[in-house]
Write a protein that binds this ligand. Structure first.
Ligand SMILES: [Mn+2]
Length: 194
């Protein structure tokens, strides 16, 4: 467990649905912080089964690279409805962050350097093509926000940063959630350099 990353998460099923088709995972040890969002295609139990399979696989394989995690999920999810998947993996001893996304997972960041992770189209477990990840330096004060397509991308991250990460996630969810889709937003704040 490290205390270099403060994180917040809000995840809700679509309106009138009790089972969430989105799933998320946080992995946090001395030198690695991992944030994952999986959005199972469709809604309800079948979507939940796919997204849970993805995050469970990742939880069991934290040491793998981001690209290998996605290829691993692609095998595990065969026979499910498939999922969109976003992974943020921070190396806190080297102050680097590696990011990859497949399908409708979005990112916003406040960063000292460039941060423009391109997601690739496709569905993990169904029609995955070649996966690439993007690496960036990580600096104190950087914030990465990752969210499923149940959150409208029509917001400015900077308007939600004068608060704890959990409050940021809850405000973004409350104000930008689409009620007709499962929604997940994760806010990761780097708060220390050593
Ligand atoms: Mn969705």
């Amino acid at each position: 467990m490290n205390n270099k990353i403060e994180y917040g998460i809000s995840s809700k099923p679509k309106i009138n649905e009790s089972v969430n088709g989105d799933a998320y995972f946080i992995g946090n040890d001395n030198n690695t912080f991992l944030g994952v969002i999986a959005d199972g295609l469709g809604h309800g139990m079948s979507a939940n089964k796919a997204s849970k399979a993805a995050v469970n696989y990742i939880a069991d394989n934290i040491s793998k690279s981001v690209v290998d995690l996605i290829y691993g999920c692609n095998k595990i999810l065969k026979g499910t409805t498939g999922a969109a998947l976003g992974i943020v993996k921070m190396n806190l001893s080297e102050n680097k962050v590696e990011v990859a996304g497949v399908g409708d997972i979005n990112f916003k960041a406040k960063s000292k350097g460039d941060f423009n992770p391109a997601t690739i189209s496709g569905t993990v477990g169904y029609n995955l093509r070649k996966v690439e990840s993007y690496s960036y330096p990580l600096n104190k004060g950087d914030v990465i926000c990752m969210f499923s397509d149940g959150i409208s991308s029509d917001f400015e991250l900077k308007e939600y940063l004068d608060m704890k990460a959990q409050e940021s996630a809850e405000f973004i969810s409350t104000l930008h959630r689409k009620e007709l889709d499962d929604s997940t937003v994760m806010v990761l704040k780097h708060i220390a350099n050593d």
